[in-house]
Write a protein that binds this ligand. Structure first.
Ligand SMILES: [Zn+2]
Length: 255
């Protein structure tokens, strides 16, 4: 039980990791620092205490330790790419922010993520802001896009699959696959948004996917009543951006 919910909780926290490192106007600490303080140190002390009852540190803790250098960057990169399908803005970090990330992630940011982000920023400045027009595969268990990499190899997407009663299911990790294996009847029922969209269950009334030039992404955003370009897409130059600039100007101090 502890293994399962530790992993499910941490997969959900990958969204928080992205928020902490990329979205906060004033960063307090990095995801990696937070994980080290609140889980590895504090949680580690708790598990040492619980050892007397035979409760051990969850097996997934080792993989989480390896992922902490990569998690927030991989999630932000994915949401940036799919920024046309999100219901919030995304952007590339400024040079100041990249320096903060380099300092907080000396073993991973400059090597794996800075070059990619600088390239995307350069493309954006040339007017080629990239949007992926498809939707990402979701993990059957955690329902998060399959963006995570193999333990020990941050350049290779981790991908697992299982057949169950004639259908194929996909997983982001060994841990999510094990959780499925233990309760397949529960997880086969998962209502995965991307699957539903591609099955045609999320189009507005009267939409005709067979019509020439039909744009499935535009149709699903209309179904979700998203105001395209206003509610999503690039942050630079958006109404949110202009509002933040105005509010910053009103503040006495933003240090
Ligand atoms: Zn998963």
């Amino acid at each position: 039980w502890i293994d399962k919910w530790c992993w499910r909780g941490v997969r959900l926290l990958s969204i928080v990791a992205m928020m902490m490192d990329y979205m906060l106007p004033k960063r307090v600490m990095s995801w990696k620092e937070a994980w080290e303080i609140y889980f590895e140190e504090n949680g580690g002390a708790l598990f040492k205490d619980l050892a007397r009852y035979g409760i051990k540190m969850p097996a997934c803790a080792e993989q989480i330790r390896q992922e902490k250098d990569h998690l927030s960057h991989q999630v932000w990169a994915t949401f940036y790419n799919y920024g046309g399908a999100t219901d919030f803005h995304t952007w590339m970090p400024t040079e100041d922010e990249m320096q903060w990330l380099s300092q907080k992630y000396p073993d991973s940011f400059d090597k794996y993520y800075r070059p990619r982000f600088e390239f995307w920023r350069e493309q954006q400045e040339k007017g080629n802001r990239f949007y992926n027009k498809t939707l990402p595969m979701l993990c059957q268990t955690c329902q998060i896009p399959m963006l995570f990499t193999e333990p020990g190899d941050p350049t290779k997407i981790c991908y697992r699959e299982r057949s169950y009663k004639g259908n194929k299911y996909h997983f982001c990790s060994d841990h999510c696959q094990h959780i499925f294996d233990n309760e397949p009847e529960k997880y086969v029922q998962a209502w995965l948004p991307v699957h539903q969209i591609y099955q045609g269950n999320c189009f507005p009334e009267g939409a005709d996917p067979t019509a020439p030039g039909f744009d499935p992404l535009a149709a699903v955003l209309a179904y979700y009543r998203l105001n395209v370009g206003h509610d999503n897409g690039e942050f630079e130059g958006s109404e949110d951006h202009r509002n933040f600039e105005a509010w910053r100007g009103m503040a006495k101090s933003n240090d």
